[in-house]
Design a protein around this ligand. Structure first.
Ligand SMILES: Nc1ncnc2c1ncn2[C@@H]1O[C@H](COP(=O)(O)OP(=O)(O)O)[C@@H](O)[C@H]1O
Ligand SMILES: CCCC(=O)OP(=O)(O)O
Length: 358
């Protein structure tokens, strides 16, 4: 059997994850955490490009991985134009939109760019992204806000939400497309999606829109206060953007983007840390309740996933508020690396056609 070597790169807001597979066999996996102070010197996401690329290449060198053998570089894709779920080969149009950050700035914008750069330096590698954060399956009614020029947008952890949705269904003898699920991904950002028979018909905008606050995002804010702050003369445009994305949420309240650090403080008896972490959980649970209404109460399961799903305080808090809706399943971490590898192998084996980003 032909062996395909796939490099998977996943730049998240608080981490860079790297994996190498020979066919389905994992030969290397590393999660490099980036505490807030390490990323603070970079003014923009684009400024992190060299840093993140170096991190990836150094890890591969240190692990003695023969990168010349790589056939495909799979990346978690970023804030390009809204597109359907699937695998896209990195092309010039995609790179241009990733560079601009046409729908905003997020570490995953670097994924396709770094993948392309690495693939081009190798003898026969191709670069792809799959299920980027802009996968858009929203129902029309879910797009409308009270201000026609500011519609709601689908920006979420599409790759992992769909991967764990499929895993949940498979392990229970169903297919994902038969079930109604609510998936809460809790990472540097938090997204909560209403999955109706394989389509995410409603979800919060996890980057700079609305929804629960998260380790580094402010989430929904009182709009009057937000307008006042913008015009107060105290902040530049970039500073306001950073308040909403990057320096919001746990970073703003507690000075760290690491939920495990907050959990340690809570265990040590820090009442303020407990109140803030509780507020984040409370907002997540309320949003899950909203998704139950979207699905008209017909919910087969609630899935809690992402790095913070390792945190027992968080899980217990949310479970207590929502387990009256449907059974709660917990998938700590994410299945993004496996999902990217599987998508890459399907294309390299010509089992699916990759889509063209135009
Ligand atoms: N074992 C753990 N216990 C509690 N929180 C954790 C644990 N592992 C990771 N986290 C938290 O999960 C968050 C990162 O989640 P992750 O899904 O890796 O996000 P991202 O992809 O945005 O970097 C961080 O706040 C981190 O502190
Ligand atoms: C839009 C979802 C992307 C996101 O928030 O990812 P991180 O949790 O990795 O920042």
């Amino acid at each position: 059997m032909e062996i395909f070597r796939v490099l998977v790169i996943n730049p998240g807001s608080t981490s860079t994850k790297i994996a190498v597979y020979d066919n389905e066999k994992s030969i290397f996996l590393k999660n490099i955490k980036h505490p807030a102070h390490e990323l603070e010197p970079f003014k923009t996401i684009a400024d992190q490009y060299e840093f993140r690329k170096e991190v990836i290449l150094n890890e591969l060198i240190n692990a003695d991985i023969d990168i010349e053998r790589i056939d495909g570089v799979m990346a978690r894709g970023g804030l390009v134009k809204p597109i359907s779920s699937g695998v896209y080969e990195v092309n010039e149009a995609l790179k241009r939109d990733l560079r601009i950050g046409i729908l905003g700035q997020h570490a995953s914008n670097l994924g396709g760019l770094i993948a392309d750069d690495i693939a081009k330096s190798l003898p026969h590698a191709r670069a792809f992204i799959a299920d980027p954060v802009v996968v858009d399956e929203l129902e029309e009614v879910a797009r409308i806000t009270g201000c026609p020029s500011m519609p709601r947008r689908s920006i979420f952890h599409a790759l992992n939400q769909k991967a764990v949705g499929r895993l949940f269904a498979r392990t229970r003898g169903f297919v994902y497309e038969e079930l109604n699920l609510i998936v809460a991904h809790m990472g540097g950002g938090v997204s909560i999606g209403a999955h109706r028979q394989g389509k995410v018909i409603d979800v919060n905008n996890a980057i700079d829109g609305y929804g629960p606050f998260s380790p580094e995002r402010a989430g929904t804010l009182p709009s009057g206060a937000l307008v006042d702050a913008c015009f107060s003369g105290k902040y530049t445009y970039d500073e306001m953007k950073k308040i909403v994305t990057g320096n919001g949420g746990l970073v703003a309240h507690l000075g760290t983007n690491q939920a495990y650090e907050v959990e340690k403080r809570v265990k040590a008896g820090d009442e303020h840390a407990k109140l803030i972490l509780s507020a984040m959980c409370y907002q997540i649970a309320k949003t899950i309740g909203g998704c139950a209404a979207v699905l008209k109460g017909k919910v087969n399961g609630i899935i809690l996933t992402g790095g913070i799903a390792h945190d027992n305080f968080v899980i217990n808090y949310i479970k207590e508020m929502v387990d009256f809706i449907a059974p709660v399943a917990v998938y700590p971490g994410e299945d993004e690396m496996t999902a990217l590898m599987q998508n890459g192998l399907m294309v390299l084996r010509n089992q699916v056609e990759c889509k063209v980003y135009a």
